[in-house]
Design a protein around this ligand. Structure first.
Ligand SMILES: C[S@@+](CC[C@H](N)C(=O)[O-])C[C@H]1O[C@@H](n2cnc3c(N)ncnc32)[C@H](O)[C@@H]1O
Length: 322
């Protein structure tokens, strides 16, 4: 990326400059995010700091306020920026953004479509992963949220990102891309987009949906199965538990974020391919009982009349390798 994208928190290292965003962390761990401005001051709850004491120095320094408080100075990481940036819509949590990048297999040079852009937090993670040789096309149906997303992404990268296109509109109506490698959906009703996603993805491409509730997860998974263009979906969630580590007191922190969302991934089949037979019989009662003559091959509420042996260690279609 050219120097026109600087300054901005994307600058991963180097001397702190006028206009850079930094985090000031006090001894109690409280964080204030400020923008350095030559000749100006930042006022804390006890005294103030001169920005000129920071500008021109490296990250990781400690500066003392006139009130005697020591502050650690670092540029924010993307995870810090994402949870503190101005919001229109709720943002993806960094732990889930990390999972999305890994489990949706976002790679440098990938052609990725995302909806909705919301506040642009996930867009920043995806742009970092696709890099300058990939593309990210983000759709957001609300103009006001799209504006928030644009401002956040430009603030993070220090200017417009060369790989990013943002379109105001609903993905299912507005999408123009074809031959897309990956589609990431973070929205209320991803199942409404499955036709559009199926048309946009290349065979072998992958769709990843991030949803908040079990009912949404169920609709996405069943929608993918019924659609016919996707292999068996994989649904999961992650929990992150931080630890208190001090001398002999080594234990999980008392508080944790108990729930953020669920992730579902599925691979696009080649055109004309019938989804493979599901190899595990659904539990009795999982679906309404179909009449015997309604049992067919395929996905959805169909399963073989006879149980199929699945040997230990064999993974389900769509689940990641052990
Ligand atoms: C939870 S937010 C996305 C947050 C975003 N991933 C982030 O990290 O900032 C969901 C967004 O999806 C948008 N949305 C919902 N359905 C959509 C659709 N079919 N096409 C485009 N955007 C949609 C909503 O307006 C909302 O802004």
């Amino acid at each position: 990326m050219s120097a026109t994208h600087e300054p901005g928190p994307r600058t991963p290292h180097g001397i702190l400059r006028d206009g850079d965003q930094v985090q000031l962390t006090d001894p109690k761990g409280r964080i204030n995010t400020v923008t350095l401005a030559a000749g100006k001051q930042w006022h804390g709850h006890k005294g103030y700091l001169q920005f000129d004491e920071i500008i021109g120095r490296p990250e990781g320094i400690v500066v003392r306020s006139t009130g005697g408080i020591d502050y650690l100075v670092f540029r924010p990481l993307l995870q810090d920026f994402a949870v503190r940036m101005p919001r229109g819509a709720a943002v993806v949590y960094p732990k889930d953004a990390g999972q999305i990048v890994a489990m949706a297999d976002i790679f440098p040079g990938a052609r990725v479509v995302e909806a909705g852009a919301g506040s642009g937090a996930l867009s920043c993670f995806l742009l970092r992963a696709v890099g300058e040789h990939g593309t990210l096309s983000s759709y957001e149906r609300r103009e006001d949220f799209a504006e928030v997303a644009r401002k956040n992404v430009e603030k993070f990268f220090g200017g417009p990102h060369p790989s990013w296109k943002l379109t105001v509109g609903s993905l299912e109506d507005a999408i123009t891309e074809t031959d897309v490698d990956r589609v990431v959906l973070d929205m209320l009703a991803p199942w409404e987009c499955l036709d559009a996603v199926g048309k946009a993805l290349v065979p072998g491409g992958l769709v990843c949906a991030y949803v908040a509730t079990t009912t949404q997860m169920s609709r996405v998974v069943e929608g993918l199965r019924e659609h016919g263009s996707f292999a068996e979906p994989y649904a999961f969630e992650t929990m992150v538990r931080s630890w208190h580590v001090e001398g002999l007191a080594v234990r999980p922190d008392h508080r944790m974020i108990g729930h953020t969302g669920f992730l579902i991934t599925a691979r696009r089949l080649a055109d004309g391919v019938t989804p493979p037979l599901r190899r595990r019989r659904p539990a009795k009662g999982a679906y309404p009982e179909p009449a015997e003559n309604e049992l067919t091959r395929g996905n959805g509420n169909t399963f073989p009349a006879e149980p199929v042996n699945v040997t230990d260690g064999e993974s389900e279609i769509g689940s990641p390798p052990a």
